[in-house]
Design a protein around this ligand. Sequence first.
Ligand SMILES: Nc1nc2c(ncn2[C@@H]2O[C@H](COP(=O)(O)OP(=O)(O)O)[C@@H](O)[C@H]2O)c(=O)[nH]1
Ligand SMILES: [Mg+2]
Length: 313
Amino acid sequence: MKVFIQISCLNEADTLPLVFKTMPKTLPGVDQVEWLIIDDGSTDDTVAVAKRLGVKHFVHHRRNMGLARGFRDGVDYALAHGADIVVHTDGDNQYPQERIKDLVKPIIDGKADIVIGDRQTSKIAHFSGFKKIMQRFGSWVVNKAAGTDLPDAASGFRAYSRSSLLKLNIVTQFSYCMETIIQAGNKRIAITSIPIETNEKTRESRLFKNIWQHMFKSGQAIMRSFVMFKPHVIFVTLGVVFLILGLVPFVRFLIFALNGEGAGHLQSLVFGSAMLVGALLSFALLVIADLLKTNRILLEDQLERIKEIQYKK
Ligand SMILES: Nc1nc2c(ncn2[C@@H]2O[C@H](COP(=O)(O)OP(=O)(O)O)[C@@H](O)[C@H]2O)c(=O)[nH]1
Ligand SMILES: [Mg+2]
């Protein structure tokens, strides 16, 4: 059993030594623990510091490509080097590395394929009340899209089994945290979570300037996942709303028209017809989205088989 612990880094030279203070060298039930740094175009000493700390595996991006792409390239590297489990943690020492042993345990025991460290956001002192509510709301929406029941969808402290990584395909540039859950949920991958306590904040978030940006970007990612995995939720809702908005004035016009008073109610006819066209379009988009979904399932099945061959152990 080989575990790769990967750390996303964008200029983390200052905090990496702190991260490695609690970084496990061995784990129960694991033969080999490897550390992997994803250097996403850092301009500080991240790489030199990591080498000094004993890291031997690196994925470099010459320029910044974003967290999601970094994660994907890290996973590719780990799988190519024989990883059975890939753990992800942050370079700002937000997560308790000493809990990695608990994160991988459900996978080693064969009870789950993805394990998420639940930060218990309601208890984090430096989160504002509003941020806590938004975290809960965000997780609720993700759970709805994924068909899961996870308390903390935005946590980046996770362990993934090899087989789950062969099935997951990251397509968004951003918010892969939410995306992986929604994909995993819809692909019926077993996900579980364990409660963790986060460390003291070392610096401000670099991923988000403020909570609004966070909400906007997460919202986009969730919306896209909905269209990908549950298109009926969006297009049936839209279609029904348009249908009702269209039928009411349309029927109103018809009644008048049958009574010979149609000429005075053309507005109803125009508005009703426009809404009915909207309804028709929504249902047409539903059919297209559904066909695309079938296509994607076939493509993803191929990708999984290719990855299995590519990363054969
Ligand atoms: N690969 C990659 N990692 C990043 C990027 N920006 C931030 N990170 C890393 O992602 C992790 C989380 O970033 P952080 O600024 O702490 O955001 P937070 O999750 O909101 O606390 C840290 O390990 C960062 O070094 C990026 O553009 N690319
Ligand atoms: Mg952080």
